[in-house]
Design a protein around this ligand. Structure first.
Ligand SMILES: Nc1ncnc2c1ncn2[C@@H]1O[C@H](CCC(=O)c2cccc(C(=O)O)c2)[C@@H](O)[C@H]1O
Ligand SMILES: [Zn+2]
Length: 340
């Protein structure tokens, strides 16, 4: 099963840019900036990436954000993340980037956009992995961060070619979703898809707010939707996909144990479920491991895993020919694997 997953062509829809910095990438960045408090030795780093709760996770996350200080750091991070994705046979990935966190730390906004775009093109040429961007608001940083993020996402002189969607991340407690409606309206008017985090650390009402106020087309996590049968029915009926990240939910203590994860309830309710890795090195995982976890929790065989991979293709913000090609690649791979 592990070998099948490792070779399965996949799409990753929920993975954070900075949250994808592997020990290898962290070491390279820390060597450039030796004053950082982020440890570089992999064992100490694993310890550093053990979280007591969601707030602690965000605090550690921001210390890794502090390692990215120049456009060259941004380019290195982006290109090396693509390398790690390509190694897992990820053909298409939507990377969640928080440009505000970098621009407010002094990286020039134009140079930031050039760095990610340069890395995207180089990665596609070298690894064949197609990258697209989701720019997210770090909600806890306030409305100024929303204002800045939507400006960076919609100003024609800045907006990168690879940008497809607009998001909202960070803690949910004390950060009500409806206040971000004007910014989502503006992003949607500019042609971006709406994909906020919701229901990761608060209840189903946050997911309703994401749908009704922010016009979410997919939901980041949506874990607490399981508590509301009407919400599950709504998600299923409107094909609003959930970006499920099982190991992340345990690592941040959003869910107590994997066996209590509501992914089974989502599937049983007919919701379009996609499996993703969120901040893989920080949570000691990768996309292949998340597929293995999902296979166990949902009792999937190879065909079931191929369906899961195709769910991500369906939910991707990729054009129809691109979706058809990737879905066909998944089918061809699966048939060849199962052939006698
Ligand atoms: N599982 C997750 N669930 C939610 N979000 C996640 C998850 N993983 C990663 N993130 C990322 O964490 C960022 C949070 C950044 C943040 O809160 C903050 C607050 C105040 C100031 C600043 C700053 O930069 O100055 C930043 C989000 O934007 C999001 O992209
Ligand atoms: Zn996330």
């Amino acid at each position: 099963m592990h070998a099948f997953i490792a070779g399965l062509p996949k799409a990753e829809l929920h993975v954070h840019h900075v949250g994808s910095a592997s020990p290898r990438i962290v070491s390279e960045l820390a060597a450039r900036h030796p004053d950082s408090k982020v440890p570089t030795d992999p064992e100490a780093l694993a310890d550093y990436f053990t979280f007591t709760d969601f707030a602690h996770f965000i605090q550690v996350y921001l210390s890794v954000v502090d390692l990215i200080r120049t456009p060259e750091d941004v380019r290195l991070l982006t290109f090396e993340v693509a390398r790690d994705l390509a190694r897992q046979q990820v053909r298409y990935a939507e990377l969640t980037i928080t440009p505000y966190s970098s621009t407010r730390r002094g990286i020039d906004e134009r140079a930031f956009m050039e760095a990610i775009e340069d890395a995207r093109k180089a990665a596609e040429a070298e690894f064949g992995t197609v990258l697209r961007w989701c720019f997210d608001i770090p909600g806890e940083a306030g409305l100024v961060s929303a204002e800045e993020t939507v400006r960076l996402a919609t100003d024609d002189r800045l907006r990168p070619e690879g940008l497809v969607s607009f998001g909202l991340g960070g803690p949910e407690v004390g950060v009500p979703r409806p206040q971000f409606k004007p910014y989502f309206d503006q992003a949607i008017a500019a042609g971006l898809h709406s994909v906020p985090h919701a229901g990761e650390t608060t209840g189903p009402e946050t997911v309703w707010d994401a749908i009704n106020e922010l016009r979410a087309e997919r939901i980041g996590h949506g874990t607490s939707s399981a508590q509301d049968p009407k919400l599950l029915a709504h998600l299923a009926e409107h094909r609003i996909a959930l970006e499920v990240c099982p190991t992340s939910n345990i690592a941040t203590r959003a869910v107590r144990t994997l066996d209590e994860h509501p992914i089974k309830e989502f599937v049983a309710a007919g919701v379009l479920v996609t499996v993703n890795s969120d901040d893989p090195p920080m949570f000691g995982t990768d996309l292949n491991t998340e597929y293995a976890v999902a296979a166990r929790l949902l009792d999937l065989d190879e065909r079931g895993l191929a369906v899961l991979a195709k769910n991500a293709v369906e939910a991707a913000f990729l054009d129809e020919p691109g979706k058809a090609r990737l879905a066909a690649e998944i089918d061809t791979y699966t048939s060849a694997w199962l052939a006698p």
